[in-house]
Design a protein around this ligand. Structure first.
Ligand code: SAM
Length: 267
């Protein structure tokens, strides 16, 4: 394993929640609520959407049949629908992969509402890759910080691209998206958390392990998730009766950093 892959694995493994805290948690701290990840009606004009859209337009021009888009860790489909809209769309079909079935239901409802032909694969990437098929554009937004074993995950993204000119667009935060809560882990659990993997580690892994040099764009976006006291209390594995204490503690925290990174590469 190269330096970047080792840094990523050690950092990400250290972000795990100790078993005794997790066992005592009243709710699973890792499960996302589909309502929090609902796609916006109007796709945002972001570097990731522009990169995905450019790949889709090239594929549509090449095939005269519209592009096929795979969205890995799709949630409600913000990434896929961001590339598909607005009309005239170069996208002929979107396929969402997610390990949460309720996310796929939200993805399906979003595709129907937009009139986009669609499919879903319920499973965990990269194990689900054989069922997902190959596509012109492969998107993966805000999923990598759930991953410890990065090399097979990234290799399967590249492997899901059709060989004739398609590509991958990945979006992630510069650093682990929950780092801003680390002072609260120390305050409520006495736990000092290590930093997780970074976007620079991902660039290093792509270069060292997969021989891929991605295009890198850095940009800022305020967080979309609801970071109110109830949400944070659950993330901290605390019961609901601690919400008032968490609300007080949140007032002392500096705002989270908004830095995002778009990585794009051809197959
Ligand atoms: C933070 S959300 C991002 C959702 C969406 N991509 C977006 O940008 O709005 C992460 C999503 O990835 C899913 N997920 C996390 N790890 C996964 C994996 N290894 N395979 C498939 N889905 C995964 C989660 O269930 C969740 O829906």
């Amino acid at each position: 394993m190269g330096d970047a892959a080792a840094r990523w694995t050690v950092g990400q493994a250290a972000r795990g929640i100790p078993e005794e805290i997790r066992r005592a948690a009243p709710a699973d701290p890792w499960v996302h609520d589909p309502a929090d990840l609902a796609p916006p009606h109007e796709p945002a004009d972001s570097p990731s959407h522009r990169a995905g859209r450019a790949l889709a337009e090239r594929a549509a021009a090449r095939t005269c049949a519209g592009a096929s888009v795979l969205d890995v860790g799709c949630g409600g489909g913000t990434a896929a629908f961001g590339v598909a809209g607005p009309d005239p769309s170069p996208v002929a079909r979107v396929v969402g992969v997610d390990r949460q079935a309720d996310m796929l239901a939200s993805f399906t409802a979003g595709a129907r509402a937009r009139g986009i032909p669609h499919g879903t694969v319920h499973g965990s990437w990269p194990d689900a890759a054989p069922d997902a098929g190959r596509h012109d554009v492969v998107l993966c937004h805000h999923v990598l910080h759930n991953v410890v074993d990065l090399v097979p995950f990234l290799a399967a993204l590249t492997g899901a691209v059709r060989s004739d000119g398609g590509g991958v667009v990945l979006e992630m935060s510069e650093e682990h998206p929950l780092t801003w809560l680390d002072p609260l882990w120390e305050r409520f659990h006495g736990l000092r958390r290590r930093a997780g993997g970074t976007a620079d580690d991902v660039v290093g892994v792509l270069r060292e392990e997969l021989g891929t040099e991605p295009e890198v764009q850095r940009w800022d976006r305020p967080s979309r998730l609801p970071h109110g006291p109830e949400w944070v209390t659950r993330r901290l594995c605390l019961p609901a009766d601690r919400v008032p204490e968490v609300a007080t503690a949140l007032r002392d925290l500096p705002p989270r950093r908004p830095g995002l990174v778009t990585l794009a590469w051809a197959s």
